[in-house]
Design a protein around this ligand. Sequence first.
Ligand SMILES: Cc1cc2nc3c(=O)[nH]c(=O)nc-3n(C[C@H](O)[C@H](O)[C@H](O)COP(=O)(O)OP(=O)(O)OC[C@H]3O[C@@H](n4cnc5c(N)ncnc54)[C@H](O)[C@@H]3O)c2cc1C
Length: 262
Amino acid sequence: MNIVVCVKQVPETANVGLDRDSGYVRRGEVKGVVNLADRHALELGLALKAAAGGNLIALCMGPTGADQALRQALAVGYDEGYLVSDAALAGSDTGATATVLAAAVRKLPDVGLVITGEFSADGATAQTAPRLAEALGFPMVSSVVEATLEGNTLSATRNGDARREQVAAPTPAVLSVSLDSGKPRIPNAMGVMKAAKKPLTTWSLADLGLSPEQAGQAGSCTWVTRSYKPEKREKGETLTGSAAELAQALVDRLARKNLIEV
Ligand SMILES: Cc1cc2nc3c(=O)[nH]c(=O)nc-3n(C[C@H](O)[C@H](O)[C@H](O)COP(=O)(O)OP(=O)(O)OC[C@H]3O[C@@H](n4cnc5c(N)ncnc54)[C@H](O)[C@@H]3O)c2cc1C
């Protein structure tokens, strides 16, 4: 069985500009790193393979330089890497991203599990995993902390609302992994050397049987028009005193801001 983990390359720092005209992140400006939640997803994949066997595949959609993110996955023990890279991918929203990742998963044989991080550090919509599950017609378990595989059944512990839940689902399935899950390992020198020899394949949209209209801005129904840091709100003020004094202080301040007439 193949276990596929989706790895997004994100800017190393949040201080990355957006192109004024396109609204796209100027990714080339800063170093790309593996999204933290995806390092947790990679760790869960390794634990599942150690317990139940299988072949580990890392999958990324991104610019050609995103192969570095896949090399890191290969360095911690993944068997193969697939990069979907095509100029027509620029500006893909989560819908278009899910369409492309789903086409890549369908091109891989015997996929039993697709694992993602719960959210990315840049877009942070947490939309890709559920849209991917929808596109593949697979059940999905979100915010997973732990998981085991027995035959064709996945058992997972997930973060519910102020409690943990145990969930079971038939495979193939999609999981999104929480930052509360196992601590991601760091690649060692031997792992890095082995990674250089492991297969890393690059696919274009055409290789996936997709047209440029199905991805990028053309294939997206949302686009980022502007990104900016919200203005810092004025610090609140704590008023003290008797009820009458508090009422008067409030009236004074509202009047000073011309919000009421006294
Ligand atoms: C500032 C900003 C705001 C954005 N706002 C929106 C928006 O509101 N709506 C919208 O549709 N798009 C938005 N986008 C675009 C969106 O970032 C991309 O579509 C992206 O590929 C997926 O969304 P995400 O980053 O929110 O990922 P999430 O859905 O938060 O990521 C969850 C997981 O999906 C997997 N994943 C996501 N992207 C990839 C990838 N390229 N390759 C492999 N695995 C991946 C990873 O495992 C990741 O942990 C925004 C992008 C930016 C930079």
